[in-house]
Design a protein around this ligand. Structure first.
Ligand code: NCD
Length: 349
């Protein structure tokens, strides 16, 4: 895990975001209040220029679609500008430049950086040499804090819509629990809530690292390891599925994991309510025989995977506002109506 030896400070103005351990309940509530506030801006019903003149350095050394684009869109929605580099091949790291040198250089061109890198602990290394806040967009099999934050935000909203609290919820977590960094961060972050029961299912070779399970237990939550997806679904309010992280394992290990992970048949077999909240960090592997969430659940009312992606924009906007010390009032002060869209009644079809 990307945890330094000394505890990381709570996330706030001028701070790096490396791990979900930087949030307590109070910090989470403040972040989510900001996320609620910016929803009309994310939906392009109004325009905000609070980050006028600010520059984001967006550095993705590993494949990404939604994380990069939602971080960049979040910054643009707040009136900032974005500079970006993707892949090692097109950066000077291909010439042997160190993480520290790259970080120092890009931080001279930016007010905040978002970094994804294939090595666990590498984003903390970036942060150690940066003169501006660095937000971890995924460090190998380590952590993915912004994903866990948007997942938690979505969980609170979806459970709330069903008259339920996150405290006391039962959450089935299925798939690649060993290499899936979103699951590592999510279980750690949810552990600051009370009375959560995690029902885990993964093939034996892809079990959750003991340290994460211990973390949840040490915070008074319950971990139940199940032998099948159907067993994991028993009594669950939510099921969170993950893709097999093929890029982090041998071909031999990958080829041992085949067949559908979660599909309609298994949900029916488990007898779950058809409104069960179905989540996945995406991308899901929709190829034939991929061990992942099947597309045959897509018309179920509880499917929340695209709510997660939409909410990702709000939560990432809130992260930028927090890191750059912008208050709710400063956002309100730069809000403008957006007449061109309001006046057009767009009908797509
Ligand atoms: C995840 C990641 O990169 O860890 N994707 C994402 O950021 N939403 C999950 C994955 O790649 O399986």
């Amino acid at each position: 895990m990307s945890t330094a030896s000394a505890p990381l400070p709570q996330f706030g103005p001028g701070r790096h975001l490396l791990s979900v351990s930087q949030f307590n309940r109070e910090g989470l509530e403040a972040l989510f209040a900001l996320a609620d506030l910016v929803e009309p801006i994310a939906q392009r019903r109004s325009v905000c220029t609070v980050l006028d003149g600010a520059v984001l350095g967006s550095l993705f050394f590993e494949p990404s679609t939604r994380t990069r684009l939602s971080f960049e869109s979040a910054f643009l929605r707040l009136g900032g500008e974005v500079t970006t580099t993707t892949g090692v091949t097109f950066s000077s790291m291909a010439k042997g430049e160190s993480i520290e040198d790259t970080s120092r250089v890009i931080s001279g061109y930016s007010d905040v950086m978002v970094v994804r890198h294939p090595d666990e602990g590498s984003v903390a290394q970036f942060a150690s040499a940066s003169t501006v806040p660095v937000l971890n967009a995924g460090d190998g099999a380590g952590e993915h804090p912004s994903q866990a934050l948007l997942d938690t935000y979505t969980l609170i909203r979806e459970l709330g819509a069903r008259g339920r609290d996150l405290d006391g919820a039962t959450i089935a977590v299925v798939g690649d629990l060993r290499f899936g960094r979103t699951v590592h961060s999510l279980i750690k972050l949810l552990s600051i809530h009370d009375g959560i029961t995690f029902r885990l299912y993964s093939p034996p070779s892809l079990h959750l690292p003991d340290a994460i399970a211990e973390h949840a237990r040490a915070h008074g939550n319950t971990i139940i390891v199940c032998d099948s997806v159907v067993e994991a679904l028993e009594g669950a309010d939510v099921v969170y599925a993950t893709r097999v992280q093929r890029e982090r394992m041998t071909e031999e290990l990958h080829s041992s994991v085949r067949g559908s992970l979660l599909d309609r048949e298994r949900l029916e077999q488990a007898g779950v309510d058809q409104h069960i909240i179905i989540m996945h960090p995406l991308p899901r592997d929709s190829r034939h025989d991929a061990f992942d969430l099947s597309n045959d659940v897509d018309d179920l009312p509880g499917l929340s995977i695209f709510k997660q992606t939409d909410n990702g924009l709000l939560v990432r906007m809130a992260l930028f506002l927090t890191a750059l010390g912008c208050s709710a009032d400063s956002v309100r002060a730069t809000l403008k109506q957006r007449p061109w869209k309001a006046e057009l009644d767009w009908e797509l079809g």
